[in-house]
Design a protein around this ligand. Structure first.
Ligand code: DSN
Length: 448
């Protein structure tokens, strides 16, 4: 997305160009705190916007179903080799379009329809593709979810009990809303005992694993999946890896994964995306990426301290990683939507989220999920986190009195009234101005 391309786009299609520019400015002048989002480098953006999007290349490097793939092969070989080196694995497939397709490919490679699978329950912080009932993973396979304890930590006793009772074919360890270190080693004991495939989904924490601030699952599990656009700082996309332990369990596992991705689930890979993944993995192999990953966690701990100092309650009372969950139940149930909207109005983007033992519903949950990867990419440090924690607490203070009626018909009216009041709220307006000033000190994509 360099200036020249936008110049051409502006002339040809001003409507789309304007929306892209508006989004660029939203990212520039707001605090992006959704923990699954991040900013890629300009080099990654450049790789995405290239002629590689014009090519078909079904198959794998040096064994394609289309001609003209000599340069695409170079790109995909680089991406694969970098993924193997970065995570210390013997095999990687870089073609999955994104995280859920990658996870579906894992099922296709290892399970038959109807087999029992186990994953962390979605409202307990798990991911849709780990067996949630409305996802293909919960429709095609028999899902036995495990949960977190009231203190927010994974209930390993329950995982063991459910595994012994249900003899799953596959067990996931990985989450979308879990602020603590994942117990990879403990899961291995359970999976090995019941002879299940053990898959670690490190989508959220891949960059932290690379930086050495989160334990790697590679010595313990058979398969690792990750997206590339979260803490790894790459384009949207995903990687599936097989470990040495995975190849010991099933020497044909890598081949099965390749076949599951293509032709099992996908057609032509998105080669422009593969090129951008290769660039991002090249960046992650540099020594400075380790410092970046460490800073994400330092920032998150500083943010947690600031929020707690301001009287907010956090699930598990803190964080080990890049994210934290604010439990809003001390102010009543179902307040996540109010907090998300008010924070957005102040230029702070977060998402409403369920909390352990959620007393409300996934649509009107009682928590807020937020994190520090994107702010760290901008260069912000502990000092800025302390300030941002103060702002978040002030905004939440403005909305804690709002109640969502139990009567569904009355909800729309409450929401409309709430939004009108928030738009006029002077404290929130003032914080928004301060947010913009802070963002200017940490410029995003200067020159674009
Ligand atoms: N949607 C992602 C997240 O926000 O965590 C997971 O796929």
């Amino acid at each position: 997305m360099n200036e020249k391309i936008l110049e051409i786009l502006e002339k040809q299609d001003p409507q789309v160009a304007e929306a892209i520019k508006n989004e660029l400015n939203r990212q520039r002048f707001g605090l992006e705190m959704i923990p699954s989002e991040n900013f890629t480098s300009v080099a990654v953006l450049e790789a995405l916007g290239t002629v590689l999007t014009n090519k078909y290349s079904e198959g794998y490097p040096h064994r394609r179903y289309y001609g003209g793939n000599q340069f695409i092969d170079v790109v995909e070989d680089i991406a694969i080799e970098r993924a193997k080196k970065l995570f210390g694995v013997p095999y990687a497939n870089v073609q999955p379009y994104s995280g859920t397709p990658a996870n579906l490919a894992v099922y296709l490679a290892t399970c038959k329809p109807g087999d029992v699978i186990m994953g962390q329950n979605l409202p307990d912080g798990g991911h849709l593709s780990h067996g949630w009932k409305v996802s293909a993973s919960g429709i095609i396979w028999k899902s036995v979810p495990y949960h977190v304890k009231p203190d927010g930590y994974i209930d390993l006793d329950e995982v063991r009990k459910l595994a012994r009772e249900n003899k799953p074919r596959l067990i996931w360890c990985g989450a979308s809303a879990y602020p603590r270190e994942l117990p990879f080693e403990e899961f291995a004991e359970i999976a090995d005992e019941v002879e299940a495939y053990y898959v670690a989904d490190i989508a959220h924490i891949a960059g932290l694993v690379v930086a050495g601030v989160h334990k790697s699952p590679v010595p313990y599990c058979h398969i690792v999946t990750t997206t590339t656009h979260k803490t790894l700082c790459g384009p949207r996309g995903a990687i599936i890896m097989v470990t040495e332990k995975g190849l010991e369990k099933d020497p044909d596992l890598a081949n099965k994964i390749d076949k599951a991705v293509f032709p099992g689930l996908q057609g032509g890979p998105h080669d422009h995306q593969t090129a951008a993944i290769a660039v991002a993995l090249g960046e992650a192999l540099k020594p400075e990426f380790k410092e970046y990953g460490k800073q994400i966690v330092k920032n998150c701990k500083a943010l947690a301290e600031s929020l707690m100092k301001n009287g907010l309650k956090l699930v598990t009372n803190g964080t080990d990683n890049h994210m934290l969950l604010i439990d809003l139940t001390p102010f009543g149930k179902g307040k996540g939507m109010f907090a998300e909207y008010a924070l957005d109005s102040a230029g702070i983007t977060v998402n409403k989220n369920t909390i352990p033992a959620e007393p409300s519903s996934p649509f009107y949950p009682s928590g807020i999920r937020l994190g520090t990867p994107a702010l760290t990419t901008r260069g912000m440090k502990e000092k800025e986190m302390e300030l941002i924690g103060d702002w978040i607490a002030q905004v939440i203070n403005e909305v804690k009195g709002y109640e969502m009626p139990d009567d569904k018909n009355a909800r729309n009216e409450t929401i409309q009234k709430f939004r009108k009041e928030i738009v006029k709220n002077q404290k929130i307006k003032k914080i928004k101005k301060e947010v913009i000033e802070l963002c200017k000190r940490f410029p995003l994509y200067p020159g674009l």
